[in-house]
Design a protein around this ligand. Structure first.
Ligand SMILES: Nc1ncnc2c1ncn2[C@@H]1O[C@H](COP(=O)(O)OP(=O)(O)OP(=O)(O)O)[C@@H](O)[C@H]1O
Length: 574
């Protein structure tokens, strides 16, 4: 690839505005709920970075205009899982810089998509703000293209598809990135293909009725209308055109040896280099895609939806297999049977999932999300569960309802909610996840969860009475505090009780179904109330099923949560 100076020509936001990081996290909370917002945002030294992470100052992952990005290791994981941390100095900086940071925090707290880097924690002190991000170990797209020369069309289309999914999701939230470039797309794993977008420092919440004027971004990727200071979110699609060209050809479309002024003129008129061999060799469909994105007239340029529908992307060669398997569907359905507290805990745990754990299921999420909005609607869920797995509409609706975030403004399932559901069955809950979840509830790091702490995180999803009930059940020694052990026990017991309950339901279903093939409806009805056993054939009747149920229910009853259910069941069977 013809080398272009990395991050050269980057312009910063110029105008000062009032700063309010607290406001940013409050606004994010309105979008994603308390669990996902307060569970990650720690203010004013109540909780310090050093309490949760070991900072490895010898391990610099990269650097940018804001300084270096370090490797840090979680103190809550046995394996000391690694993350990336970037620190902003807050004291003595301009209001303008603060505004940039504030927007970045708000966006990072709000976004939730497989192709966007995830913020795991943020620590605000009077002097600094540190963002802890998932570690993306595969390096920059920039370095990969530099090493490869250029990509095959298939690889380029696959990479562009992932990027467009992220941009489509951002556009749905009214976010324009304004600095899409090869250096801001990182691979999750070395040698892997999954890409994520980082660095929202120049991003903005944008209203379609108000065009933007600040000339920001990086020159090689900058749309003509940005140069003219009158632009919309379509500027991101121009940058995607530059990226697509660069992946296919191995050099930038507008750069040359004749300097920036000549390059700016070429950008303004949309004259990109077409004499390079790799461009000549590209397919007609790939060229059409790039040309459409590099349309000077922004109104005629496709948006992210339209770009995703372009045949070069929509019909790209990809392995035609379905990722939505029976166990994914089972996990989704059983999530609705878990208690509200358990669901909230799973959501908190979802924040700490590793990339490998997410990778298990993220393709299934993207597959259900047919319109590529980055969220799942009821009709999308219905079309998979009803059509492919013949699950009743009422069960689909119940599942959908249980998956929706309590404060979600739109009737959709977010990526984290989906991940939380996967943890009920598909992703195993290990000690590290339990420890990380406990640490998020234990906001002041005292080693205990109290009612006010529960309220702070769950106050919008559980009532006061429900929270008190959680305390009552989890706080075994009744000292008013839930210790780490009690928390783990409570969740593990719940887990096993739910499993037993499910197994019990299945057993009784099975047994009740068996005689139904031979008996009349009347007899069948009777069989459900008369306990009998055909010893000769060892055929288990409903009575045996009840005995089995009693066995299976034993572990539940010992937590006291099943007493009513069991006695009600016995009563109804008398
Ligand atoms: N999550 C991450 N995992 C691994 N490396 C990362 C991560 N985030 C950032 N980096 C590395 O650190 C570099 C700088 O990060 P980033 O772009 O976020 O910082 P910045 O100071 O805001 O940069 P810029 O100059 O683009 O504004 C990246 O180019 C990348 O190499």
């Amino acid at each position: 690839m013809a080398a272009a100076p990395k991050s050269a020509n980057r312009l910063a936001v110029p105008a000062p505005e009032k700063v309010d990081i607290q406001g940013a996290s409050d606004r994010a909370e309105m979008m994603v709920g308390r669990v996902c917002s307060r569970g990650r945002y720690h203010r004013f030294e109540e909780r310090k970075l050093e309490q949760d992470y070991e900072v490895d100052k010898n391990h610099v992952l990269g650097s940018g205009a804001n300084g270096q990005v370090w490797l840090v290791r979680s103190r809550h994981c046995h394996k000391k899982r690694a993350f990336a941390a970037k620190t902003y100095r807050l004291s003595g900086i301009s209001e303008l810089k603060c505004k940039e940071i504030e927007t970045e925090v708000e966006i990072l707290l709000t976004v939730d998509h497989p192709n966007l880097a995830r913020m795991v924690d943020a620590y605000e002190t009077k002097a600094s703000l540190t963002l802890v991000m998932e570690l993306l170990e595969g390096g920059e797209l920039f370095d990969r293209i530099l090493a490869a020369g250029h990509f095959t069309e298939r690889d380029a289309a696959e990479a562009i598809w992932q990027m467009l999914l992220a941009i489509r999701f951002l556009a749905g939230l009214g976010i324009v990135h304004r600095d899409l470039k090869l250096e801001n797309w990182l691979y999750e794993k070395k040698g892997g293909q999954d890409l994520k977008l980082i660095d929202f420092g120049l991003s903005k919440f944008w209203r379609p009725d108000k065009s933007m004027e600040m000339r920001v971004g990086t020159l090689d990727y900058m749309a003509p209308e940005v140069l003219h200071r009158n632009y919309t979110s379509k500027c991101d699609l121009w940058s995607m055109g530059v990226i697509a060209y660069t992946l296919l050809v191995g050099s930038f479309p507008f750069s040359g040896r004749d300097g920036d002024t000549a390059m700016l003129q070429r950008i303004a008129t949309g004259r990109f280099a077409t004499e390079r061999d790799a461009w000549r060799d590209a397919s007609a469909s790939a060229k059409d895609f790039v040309r459409k994105l590099l349309t000077v007239e922004a109104a005629s340029r496709p948006d992210a939806d339209q770009a995703l529908e372009h045949p070069w992307i929509a019909k790209r060669e990809s392995v035609a297999r379905s990722y939505v398997s029976k166990d994914i569907v089972d996990a989704l359905c059983s999530f609705s049977e878990a208690s509200a507290f358990r669901r909230a805990c799973l959501l908190v745990m979802a924040i700490s999932l590793s990339n490998e754990e997410r990778a298990e299921v993220h393709k299934a999420f993207l597959e259900i999300d047919k319109d590529h909005s980055g969220t799942i609607t009821l009709s999308e869920l219905r079309s998979v569960l009803e059509e492919k797995f013949h699950i009743e509409d009422a069960a689909v609706a119940r599942t959908f309802q249980s998956l929706q975030s309590p404060l979600s403004r739109d009737e959709v399932i977010n990526y984290s909610d989906f991940l939380a559901a996967m943890m009920s069955q598909r992703i195993s809950i290990h000690d590290d996840l339990l420890h990380a979840a406990f640490a998020r509830f234990d906001t002041d790091n005292s080693g205990y969860i109290t009612l006010p702490k529960l309220k702070m995180l769950l106050g919008d999803s559980l009532s006061e009475a429900e929270l008190k009930q959680v305390m009552l059940e989890a706080d075994k020694d009744k000292d008013g505090y839930i210790s780490m052990n009690e928390f783990v026990q409570y969740l593990q017991c719940r887990r096993s009780s739910e499993r037993h309950l499910e197994a019990a339901t299945c057993a009784i279903d099975r047994e009740l179904r068996r005689p139904s093939q031979k008996m009349s409806v009347r007899e069948r009805r009777r069989s459900s109330v008369i306990v009998k056993k055909n010893s000769a054939k060892e055929e288990i009747s409903c009575g045996a099923a009840l005995t089995k149920l009693a066995e299976l229910c034993k572990p539940i009853c010992c937590f006291g949560s099943c007493g009513v259910m069991w006695s009600q069941l016995m009563e109804s069977l008398k």
